[in-house]
Design a binder for this molecule. Structure first.
Ligand code: PMP
Length: 338
């Protein structure tokens, strides 16, 4: 018999798939690390496993304890799956703008979800931030992973994503491209690849135009899961050699092409990362191997990116035009505020 003891044994070891049609005319090899093959459907299963195991070791999370985290997305799913398999309770706190589908996914995995009003100031007692802090204080055995500051977030990528890429490419990877949200993926994977290659692998961050990583102030953008209006400590500013800002329109158009032309139904941050990867790959030669990480599946975005009306309302459907080239400016690391 060949079987796994539990679904959480399947976290990591995701496949690398070559991008063909969208990379036409490019001589470098462009490979995608497809993270929706994780059991919770995203790259965040990796950090959930490692943050929970480290908290068990340190004693911060005790048998029968409760995990409390303000999250509505992929991190919540990863935590919920690992928690149920290990016998912990989960309480997630989300703002009321989060879709009921996302909340129902977390509840389906057995998590409790507390929904807070979006329309109150952060200092209001009912705000998303205050409610999660209060739940941590008032719940016996509560532990808050805090993916934005937890060093186990980048460490999970240093110990899994990075080594997997080095092994899967036989050490031939020359460029690694990833979107930046908490910064865990790029910091951990990028640091490992730099260490193992004596600094040869180039690390490129993809960022929504307007976010702090590419020199913005946090101006709103629609791509989800990436970009910030503050600098999380999970992000190591010394790893990325370059940050490429990408517009929503370019990100979403590429996301749709990935489904249509590569058979990869992935999320908007994946389209964004691929746009950045192709911009980098365009200036490279046949010996170069560019790996771009695709964090999640497109299933969570069917009513947005894959809905023509929604795309049309935002003016994302028409081809060309000045916005389509707006992301062409590359912000060098040196040009960023430190
Ligand atoms: N894309 C999606 C869809 C995400 O949920 C995240 C995590 N916030 C990222 C990209 C960015 O990953 P990281 O937090 O490791 O920077």
């Amino acid at each position: 018999m060949r079987y796994h003891e539990s679904i959480i044994d399947l976290v990591g070891n995701t496949p690398l798939v070559r991008l063909n049609k969208v990379a036409e005319g490019i001589s470098a090899t462009v490979l995608a690390k497809v993270e929706y093959f994780n059991p919770g459907g995203s790259v965040k299963d990796r950090i959930a496993m490692r943050m929970i195991e480290a908290a068990e070791k340190s004693g911060a999370l005790k048998p029968g304890g409760t995990i409390v985290e303000p999250t509505s997305g992929n991190t919540g799913v990863g935590l919920a799956i690992v928690a149920q398999q290990k016998g912990y309770r989960c309480i997630f706190v989300c703002p009321d703008k989060v879709s009921t589908d996302k909340i129902n996914v977390l509840r389906a995995y057995g998590a409790d979800v507390v929904v807070c009003p979006t329309a109150v100031a952060p200092e209001h007692p009912d705000s998303y931030y205050n409610v999660s802090d209060r739940l941590v204080r008032e719940t016996p055995g509560a532990w808050k992973p805090d993916q934005y500051s937890n060093p186990e977030n980048p460490a999970s990528h240093y110990h899994s994503t990075g080594p997997e890429l080095w092994e899967q490419t036989g050490g031939r990877i020359t460029h690694f491209v990833a979107g930046v949200g908490t910064g865990g993926t790029i910091s951990g994977t990028g640091r490992y690849l730099k260490d193992v290659s004596d600094g040869a692998v180039q690390v490129i961050g993809a960022d929504p135009e307007g976010s702090v990583y590419s020199g913005g102030t946090g101006r709103p953008y629609l791509v989800e899961g990436v970009g910030e209006d503050f600098w999380p400590t999970a992000y190591d500013r010394s790893v990325a050699d370059e940050i490429v800002p990408v517009s929503d329109k370019d990100s979403f158009q590429m996301t749709r092409r990935l489904a249509k032309e590569e058979g990869l139904l992935v999320g908007g941050s994946c389209g964004m990362a691929v746009v950045a990867a192709l911009r980098v790959a365009e200036r490279l030669g046949p010996e170069d191997v560019v790996v771009v990480l695709l964090p999640d599946s497109g299933r969570g975005y069917l009513s947005k990116i894959f809905n023509d009306d929604w795309m049309q309302d935002y003016g994302f459907l028409d081809e060309g035009g000045p916005e389509a080239v707006a992301g062409d400016v590359l912000a060098r690391k040196d040009g960023l505020e430190h």
